[in-house]
Design a binder for this molecule. Structure first.
Ligand code: NAD
Length: 411
């Protein structure tokens, strides 16, 4: 499956919707620079990428993924989504992404550190606080960011904590970052419950993916009294129609077990979980989860994309015809990069801002961004999706910046 080809189709839809000229939309059809390297660790070689997709609004920004299925198509798609996400979030970044085709679950600490440092060695000339700023993504974390920062600083010979975000506090990180993606996703989910489900009383929730994004999101929704009936991780799901005891499940998961081993519920597959009867389905794992094969069987009323790209282009249409509302990734999961922006701004200025102030700022930004997307969606009285509304706002801001820079695509 070619994920990037799907993105181009979504871009064409927006160009048609907003009558965007060919030479303008062409600026967004390809990345500025694809950097590739093979990381040699002992006798193993791991393909690695850093792709800078666009820099009209500012330096590149986007996470690094370590996963055995990472490919150039995936990294380029993730970089493309970062461009739109940063634009929609109204933060001064272009978009980029990185990845290593490597399974950290099979590596010991020594190899994990070696891969992280080799990544910095391979790409340090492409990175920097004013060039391109990485962060964690799937199967990477603050520890990995620390090794990359340390290696980068050794290479360039000076301190530059703003070259990476999602760092531990001691290296210039920010407390809010750990659950920021979920915090932002939670705020827009509440808006969707209010506007789309008309503040329905007993809201049922299903969550796919129980990592950084999914686990914190589940905790926040459960703490608000919503009924979480199923969650899953890579090994499968657990279902309890009466509602799961989320606190107990989190303790169970944090003890190193898989959620489908939890006893107070019925073990189900990830495929079954997606098709459960529910009000909200939160997708917080990987791409391509809802496709033409299963879209017709989806019963959720609202889908929240905490993951990037979990729904394929053709499935979007099927869901739209079924009147299932999708809160798109570039809006729903933007809390992470918004807090990364706070971290970067603090690193650059040396000023430390109070956590409450930043929490409120995140809250305000998410609600404003939801409002802009939802207003546009309503303006077109249901003839477009929330995704198309979000893409339209994001693309227009980037193209305005490109215009001010005097840039048009080569014919
Ligand atoms: P993570 O590595 O912390 O967690 C991933 C989770 O997904 C794990 O629980 C894993 O077991 C599960 N998983 C993997 N394959 C699965 C499958 N086939 N079915 C069900 N579950 C599966 O990663 P994360 O940071 O939570 O990222 C999840 C998604 O959210 C990704 O798409 C990522 O790009 C996106 N995202 C994350 C952030 C962030 O700040 N962490 C920000 C924006 C977007």
């Amino acid at each position: 499956m070619n994920i990037f080809a799907d993105n181009l189709k979504r871009l064409e839809d927006v160009a048609k919707l907003d009558n965007i000229k060919e030479e303008e939309i062409a600026l967004l059809r390809e990345p500025v620079k694809v950097n590739y390297s093979e990381l040699a660790i002992g006798d193993k070689k791991y393909p690695a990428w850093r792709i800078l997709y666009n820099r009209a609004l500012g330096p590149g920004k986007g996470g690094i993924r370590f996963h055995p299925d990472v490919s150039e198509d995936e990294v380029q798609s993730l970089a493309f989504w970062m461009v739109l996400k940063n634009s929609l979030a109204d933060i001064p970044y272009g978009g980029a992404k990185g990845g290593v085709k490597f399974n950290p679950k099979e590596a010991d600490d020594k190899e994990l550190e070696a891969v992280s440092r080799a990544y910095a060695d391979a790409f340090y000339q492409e990175l920097g606080q004013d060039k391109d700023v990485p962060a964690p993504d799937v199967y990477t974390n603050g520890r990995i960011m620390s090794w990359i920062l340390d290696e980068f600083e050794k290479k360039v010979g000076h301190h530059e904590p703003g070259m990476i975000t999602g760092k531990p506090l001691e290296l210039g990180g920010i407390a809010l970052r750990s659950d920021a993606t979920a915090a932002g996703g939670y705020l827009v989910t509440k808006e969707a419950i209010k506007e789309i489900l008309q503040d329905k009383k007993e809201v049922k929730i299903v969550v796919q993916g129980f990592g950084n994004a999914g686990l914190f999101m589940t905790e926040k929704l459960a703490a608000d009294g919503y009924k979480v009936i199923a969650v899953s991780d890579s090994r499968g799901g657990i279902y309890n129609e009466a509602g799961l005891d989320v606190a107990a499940l989190v303790t169970f998961k944090n003890s190193g077990k898989a959620v489908n081993e939890y006893s107070a519920g019925r073990a189900i597959t990830n495929a079954e979980l997606l098709e459960l009867e529910t009000d909200i389905l939160v997708l917080a794992a990987l791409e391509n989860q809802i496709t033409v094969e299963n879209a017709d069987n989806i019963k959720a009323k609202v889908i929240v994309e905490l993951a990037n790209g979990p729904i394929v282009y053709e499935a979007d249409k099927i869901l739209f015809n079924k009147k299932i509302v999708v809160v798109p990734d570039i809006l729903a999961n933007s809390g992470g990069v918004i807090v990364s922006y706070f971290e970067w701004a603090q690193n650059r200025t040396g000023q430390i801002l109070a956590e409450d102030y930043l929490k409120n700022l995140l809250h305000k930004k998410m609600i404003v961004n939801w409002g802009r997307v939802y207003d546009k969606y309503k303006e077109r009285s249901g003839s477009i999706t929330l995704r198309q509304a979000a893409y339209s706002i994001a693309v227009q801001r980037i193209l305005k910046a490109e215009k001010y820079r005097g840039r048009v695509a080569a014919k």
